[in-house]
Design a protein around this ligand. Structure first.
Ligand code: SF4
Length: 312
């Protein structure tokens, strides 16, 4: 099985080479919005889910190829900190490359001092915090029964005080589940205590694990983002059916892909992590703006960068 994937263009991390230290789908939570589908092994037991030496050998082979890379990112089939060898994994990656290392985590195991210690040498730790009260936490994250949202906030706050890298806190809001004003105020209070370098506001943009997990509308998301202060930015602004992804970094990703070779709707859907309908509308918007040209080849349609107007 492959435990190194990409590089994939990421809204937050640029070109990110993924390293997956667990097996599908092993997580401490079973979030309603998860794009990986339902959790099959919901656990808080840290173990060697994947052999670290094997991952590093695979990574070394991948890094021997010419790649455009902004980050090597620990993420993948669940919660990466469940792998008990993550400290050795980060140290091994560091020996193989100077590329910055990011860890995407749900933050739930930062209550364990060993996990906090293991993440010290990453360049970016991007934990999520979708709820701080038990009700919204249970509704959105559907956690392992042993997890306590108050303890996770305390752990994130302790980690932030001792960690010298960058913390990018992600808050993902689901309509009717964790977006009521009382919960939002509590999340904002927790975020002030954690004091991350960036706060990324997100909603249900990609196809969720549970079909009734709905996005918060763009207007509400903007109002909520303002309450998080200057560190906050919206990384996904849903605008309902027919949404078009026009965030500047998504446009840059698409145009940089099209600069290498003509792209299809499915190339773009995979690259930006959305469905083909959204990708098609986004590409059509870029054609209308004169940034891409639609070309037909045989039965297929491709989008080519317009060399005069289409430079990112
Ligand atoms: S924490 Fe991440 S991987 Fe785990 S269920 Fe939630 S979204 Fe999916």
């Amino acid at each position: 099985m492959n435990h190194v994937f990409g590089p994939v263009p990421s809204r937050r991390l640029g070109f990110s080479l993924g390293v997956d230290p667990v097996v599908p789908k092993t997580c401490t939570m079973d979030c309603v919005y998860c794009e990986l589908g339902p959790t099959t092994d919901r656990t808080v037991h840290r173990a060697c889910y994947v052999e670290i030496d094997g991952i590093l050998e695979e990574l070394e082979r991948r890094l021997s190829e010419p790649l455009r890379l902004d980050f090597v990112t620990l993420s993948g089939s669940g919660e990466p900190t469940l792998n008990a060898g993550i400290d050795r994994l980060i140290a091994g990656i560091r020996e193989l490359t100077d590329t910055p290392i990011a860890v995407l985590t749900n933050g739930s195991l930062l209550t364990d001092p060993d996990v906090r210690s293991a993440l010290q040498t990453a360049d970016v730790v991007a934990p999520s915090l979708d709820a701080v009260s038990q009700g919204p936490f249970d509704r959105v994250n559907r956690p392992h029964p042993s997890l306590d949202p108050g303890a996770i906030v305390d752990a994130l706050t302790s980690f932030s005080a001792e960690y010298t890298g960058r913390i990018w806190l992600e808050v993902l809001l689901v309509a009717g589940m964790n977006d009521d004003p009382v919960e939002i105020a509590l999340i904002q209070k927790a975020a002030r205590a954690i004091a991350p370098d960036r706060i990324h506001l997100n909603s249900v943009l990609r196809p969720p694990s549970v079909s009734d997990a709905r996005p918060v509308n763009a207007e509400t998301l903007r109002e909520i983002a303002a309450g998080f202060g200057d560190a906050a930015e919206i990384i996904a602004a849903p605008s309902g059916p027919g949404q078009v992804l026009v965030e500047s970094n998504v446009v840059e990703l698409i145009t940089s892909m099209a600069a290498r070779r003509p792209v299809t709707v499915s190339d773009v859907a995979r690259a930006i992590g959305t469905n083909e309908a959204v990708a098609a509308k986004t590409l059509a918007a870029l054609v209308e703006k004169g940034r891409l040209t639609l070309v037909r080849h045989g039965e297929s349609q491709y989008y080519r960068l317009n060399s005069r107007k289409g430079r990112p």
